[in-house]
Ligand binder design. Structure first.
Ligand SMILES: [Zn+2]
Length: 298
């Protein structure tokens, strides 16, 4: 979730640090902090969970940041990750009950917040990867349309580091696949024009379908045709960001119409397949092990 309501968020943080909520809860909550290469991680979750999350986020940054060559974490704006021990603890600071986590860019500090409580097939590491993808997008290309921001964040949220130090990206997300089976899809013509005020981005069931569909679309664009579709996607994004009308940009980049891409057999498959038929995408060698990040200090 990417929210632009900076004032609401800062007000919540202000209450956390100085208000009655802090006075009531501080006595029985233990807050600890960890500073890693790119992040300041603070929370009332356990030390083990906070260290694990910090480590995983640094690994994620190491593996994924090459996709965003312009990302310059820390060089201009530091990032703070606030880790709540459970949903009850996180709830007073959510701007929507649907938030599993969120990323808030800022001029002085970027914030990521989340709870370590798991949600269905989504744990705090998945949520952290999702929000960290927003951070990388924000620091490399600035603002991006919701279909791109959420689709890519969901795509990378499943990144898996195996014991043999292989990284698997593009693993299937069961809840999205199940949802896409049960619901009518948003036409691409509409999907690409959804903005941050749209019901598709903000309202319950509509939001769930939007996230599922942008994930499936991103899976298709990155995983098919040997990278050709992904190149077309970046071209499309560049054109849209230079204010070329969406339909014109789409046709120029993908060399087809919205309906033409909707009817592409492999896109149709990506949106309707079962778990066991969506194969994980790329495997790439992790460049660092957990132990390669010695700079943690509490
Ligand atoms: Zn998001």
């Amino acid at each position: 979730m990417l929210l632009k309501r900076l004032t609401v968020f800062l007000a919540a943080i202000s209450i956390l640090l100085s208000g009655s909520w802090w006075a009531t809860h501080a006595a029985r909550d233990s807050w600890i902090s960890v500073r890693s290469k790119h992040l300041f991680v603070v929370g009332n979750a356990g030390e083990k969970e906070i260290l694990q999350l910090a480590t995983r986020l640094e690994q994620f940054c190491d593996v994924v940041s090459h996709v965003f060559p312009g990302a310059a974490l820390n060089e201009r704006v530091p990032t703070t990750v606030i880790v709540f021990k459970n949903d009850d603890s996180y709830r007073p600071f959510k701007t929507s009950e649907n938030n599993a986590g969120y990323f808030q860019p800022g001029q002085d500090v970027n914030y990521i917040t989340l709870s370590i409580e798991s949600h269905a097939d989504q744990d705090s590491i998945n949520i952290g990867f999702h929000e960290f993808t927003h951070l990388l997008i924000n620091t490399s290309i600035g603002s991006a349309p919701p279909w791109f921001n959420e689709g890519l964040a969901e795509f990378y949220s499943t990144l898996d580091l195996n014991n043999d130090r292989k990284v698997v990206i593009g693993k299937p997300i069961s809840r999205h696949i199940a949802l896409l089976h049960r619901n009518s899809l948003i036409p691409l013509r509409t999907l690409f024009q959804v903005d941050y005020q749209s019901p598709h981005y903000n309202q319950g069931d509509k939001q769930s379908v939007f996230y599922a569909e942008t994930w499936a679309l991103m899976h298709y664009l990155i995983s098919n045709r040997g990278g050709q579709r992904e190149k077309q996607m970046w071209k499309f994004l560049d054109l849209v960001k230079t204010n070329v009308p969406t339909e014109q940009a789409f046709q120029s980049a993908f060399e087809t119409t919205f309906e033409g891409l909707e009817n592409a057999p492999s896109l149709h498959s990506a949106r309707h397949l079962s778990n066991d038929r969506i194969q994980p995408g790329t495997e790439t060698k992790a460049r660092n092990e957990i132990s390669d990040y010695p700079g943690f200090r509490s």
